[in-house]
Design a protein around this ligand. Structure first.
Ligand code: ADP
Ligand code: MG
Length: 482
């Protein structure tokens, strides 16, 4: 985007995020909602829209959405109603989705996001419940579109933001925050590539300083965080160029093409759906009692932003360290479980941030697939803190532990890495090194104190890494000062 346009215009972005909930069964039918089964094996007459079937509300859908509402500081409506959203599509046998319209269960919330140089609060307009449609499959048969109704009726929540976002980066940060929160709450796996998290972006521009919002376009079909960021950036630039060249933004829905890296028109306002919403006659209002709210509130896990602050305060970690360690609930749990075995917050944070995360990245696995248990890791760190091994030995033992069931201590002995702090062992080696390097000794005594590193290196090498480097340093300087 050219800088001139950037100074002249400001972008306004609002996101609509769908999260697929991890309930066992569907939103309104007692049938599994699990992903990945053979097509059309998780279907009831209700999912097929057969006459005479009646929806029954899955209580967990209500619990899960209230979890999200409370986690995002929303108001929770005492009474909200379901509505029918009508449209015709082959993967929607009922001809409507059950959703919520003018009375969403959660509303007026906020989510705090952190950017590189600043923090910001994004308003949440509403969070409502709805059911998913089935899936049309266009690429498995050359002549026909196939329909899989396993997904029909699986529970979703839709989180609608205020038009508070201003840049593609803010949109990315906001979406990441939603993913982190739903994962902490364990209500959605947060996987955008697999479609458990989906995002539509509404984008407009306006001259800086103008209050009134510009005409927006709605972007669909972005199946990764990167693509959301890219699509929004592309669309902002397109709108600015259009307006700068005398054109006008038309309200329309655009599809993001992740291969061509551009948006293309799907439908304009004139062709937009009229869903003819009306209250769902087969469902009573959803009533949220104080007991239910209290019950859910009591069960709410510590949220990422709270945990982040606590890690800084209680464990004296840097912001970066606390941020990384609280990025997922599982990693934060792993850290705190290790601390229960060994209360050394910094040393434990250190090995997780370096060695453990390196392995997780290399293998692209989450922490719950990591092979070393918390207590074994704690034992390894303990050996180092007791000066029984040095840092390079710790690394070697760590690597060995990845594929071994043995304890850190057994491995240290087996690999001959237990550090020797015995001067009877160290002194003769130091004497030998001093004797063999008369030039360096002379230069050291002449004032070139940096050579201490050279002597330590030599002694460590001779001792095959077993000498205690701290002690070696002390003894060498003593001997050289003699
Ligand atoms: P709809 O349901 O028709 O998509 P909404 O009014 O519910 O429309 O808005 C959907 C999203 O669009 C919200 O996230 C809102 O913040 C955002 N939005 C509304 N107007 C604008 C605008 N002019 N520019 C950018 N985003 C907007
Ligand atoms: Mg919309």
């Amino acid at each position: 985007m050219s800088t001139i346009s950037n100074e002249k215009y400001e972008a306004v972005i609002g996101l609509e995020v769908h999260a697929q909930l991890l309930t066992n069964s569907k939103a309104f039918a007692a049938v599994s909602a699990e992903y990945g089964s053979a097509p059309n094996t998780q279907v009831t007459p209700l999912c097929l829209g057969h006459p005479g079937t009646l929806p029954v509300l899955n209580e967990n859908l209500v619990r899960y959405i209230i979890n999200m509402g409370l986690a995002t500081n929303c108001q929770v409506a005492e009474k909200s109603i379901f509505a029918r959203k009508n449209y015709f599509y082959p993967d929607l046998p009922k001809g409507y989705q059950i959703s919520q319209y003018d009375t969403p269960i959660c509303f007026d919330g906020r989510i705090d996001i952190e950017l590189n140089d600043y923090d910001k609060t994004i308003g949440i307009t509403r969070i409502h419940m709805e059911e998913d449609a089935g899936k049309s499959i266009h690429d498995q048969d050359p002549y026909h579109t196939l329909v899989d109704l396993n997904r029909a009726g699986t529970p979703l929540i839709e989180i609608v933001s205020e038009p508070d976002l201003r840049t593609p980066q803010e949109a990315y940060a906001y979406l990441s925050k939603i993913k982190q929160i739903v994962q902490y709450l364990e209500i959605c796996d947060g996987n955008m590539e697999e479609g458990s998290l989906r995002c539509d972006a509404n984008v407009s521009i306006r001259p800086r300083g103008q209050e009134e919002l510009g005409t927006r376009t709605e972007l669909k079909n972005m199946n990764s965080f990167r693509n959301v960021e890219r699509a929004i950036a592309f669309e902002i630039e397109r709108q600015i160029e259009l307006v700068e060249s005398g054109g006008e933004v038309v309200q329309q829905t655009l599809l993001w093409d992740s291969n061509k890296l551009e948006t293309r028109k799907m439908r304009s306002k004139e062709e937009a759906h009229d869903y003819r919403y009306f209250p769902e006659p087969d469902m009573p209002p959803v009533v949220v009692t104080d007991e239910l709210l209290d019950d859910i509130r009591a069960d709410l896990p510590e949220l990422p932003s709270v945990r982040y602050k606590r890690f800084i305060e209680d464990f004296d970690l840097t912001e970066d360290a606390a941020y990384t360690l609280t990025e997922t609930r599982q990693l934060a749990d792993f850290y705190e479980n290790t601390l229960k075995e060994l209360n050394e917050p910094k040393a434990v944070a250190n090995i997780i941030l370096t060695e453990v995360l390196r392995v997780l990245n290399e293998k692209s696995i989450p922490i719950n697939q990591f092979s070393i248990t918390e207590s074994k890791l704690a034992n390894l760190v303990q050996l180092k803190l007791d000066d029984k091994i040095n840092s390079s030995a710790m690394q070697e033992i760590f690597n060995e532990m990845l594929t071994s069931d043995k304890s850190a201590e057994d491995l240290a002995k087996e690999m001959n890495l237990i550090q020797v702090s015995d001067s009877d062992f160290i002194d003769p080696i130091i004497d030998e090194v001093i004797e063999n390097n008369p030039d360096e000794v002379a230069r050291y005594r002449d004032g070139k104190k940096a050579l201490i590193g050279f002597f330590i290196g030599q002694v460590m090498k001779q001792s095959q890494g077993k000498a205690n480097p701290k002690q070696v340093r002390e003894r060498i300087s003593e001997k050289l000062e003699e």
